[in-house]
Design a protein. Structure first.
Length: 289
């Protein structure tokens, strides 16, 4: 079952659950197991003929769930990814709860209370929890976002034909070619690049910057428009050629396992396809019959 929405209520404000102070979506810093602390767990996990106990097995469960390993643990929710942006233990997440249980040297759980699962703490290093190397991480998501075949915007100019006149208002409009993925179009990367996970990624428009030759407009979210209602307008004062383009900044979101859309940290800046605009000067002449 996919869990979405707010923060895990069982952990909020619970120092024993790894939080320092009350937790809100916007608020306090959260203390989680650091990379060094998670890596130290493996010293108890790997067993050999000469090792001495106790021996442990470990499991990682979504931070959105209060279930023990093997129960209805829930999928990764937006909170489990956002939590790692306000932690002191490093790591990009998603946040998972680390559980352990005591086992025999051959890996079989001990009987009774000693073999029961025990919740240790949260961590934002899910891939480093022993036995959880297949974890999907924000680093993988961010790389998949950067590898997206983004659409680069072009500029449509009116008057048509990429020719205008001195002192004539010229209108500009951003257009997105069909090739590639533009704002709010969903890309589905090859699961083989994401440890088998089926992830959807969609670019979002953060801003457009118009380079119009004589001036720059933006950053803005205004896509302009045609005559007479377009809002990105330039009136050129000198004849000549102007290199015109619209640069774009994409942010991104992803979803996986039935979750809602989750923001991806960072942004991608791309230079738009340039267009050469010719500015001509009109001259009036009188002719005799």
């Amino acid at each position: 079952m996919a869990l979405s929405g707010g923060w895990p209520p069982a952990y909020a404000g619970d120092p024993g659950g790894g939080f320092s102070g009350g937790l809100t979506e916007h608020g306090s810093v959260v203390k989680t197991l650091s990379r060094v602390e998670v890596d130290s767990l493996s010293t108890h996990y790997f067993r050999n003929a000469t090792a001495k106990g106790p021996f442990y097995d470990y499991a990682a469960v979504s931070a959105c769930s209060t279930a023990e390993p093997g129960q209805n643990e829930g999928d990764l929710c937006p909170a489990s990814w956002g939590l790692c942006r306000v932690t002191t233990g490093g790591g990009e997440g998603p946040a998972v709860a680390v559980w352990r249980r005591q086992v025999e040297q051959d890996g079989q759980p001990l009987t009774g209370a000693d073999g029961a699962w025990e919740r240790l703490d949260l961590t934002c290093w899910p891939e480093r929890v022993p036995g959880n190397a297949n974890a999907l991480t924000m680093g993988m998501i961010r790389q998949a976002f950067r590898d997206t075949d983004f659409t680069k915007p072009t500029v449509n100019i009116q008057p048509e034909g990429d020719v205008t006149l001195v002192n004539l208002p010229t209108f500009f409009e951003v257009q997105f070619p069909e090739a590639g993925f533009g704002p709010d179009e969903v890309d589905r990367p090859d699961p083989a690049t994401l440890l088998g996970h089926e992830v959807e990624i969609r670019p979002r428009l953060k801003s457009i910057t118009y380079h119009l030759g004589e001036r720059t407009v933006g950053p803005t979210t205004d896509l302009g428009g045609p005559y007479p209602d377009g809002t990105v307008v330039q009136t050129y004062t000198q004849p000549g050629e102007q290199q015109v383009r619209a640069d774009i900044v994409y942010t991104g979101q992803f979803r996986v396992g039935g979750s809602g859309w989750i923001d991806i940290p960072g942004a991608v800046e791309l230079q738009g396809t340039p267009v050469t605009l010719t500015v001509r000067e009109a001259k009036a002449r009188l002719y005799s019959n």
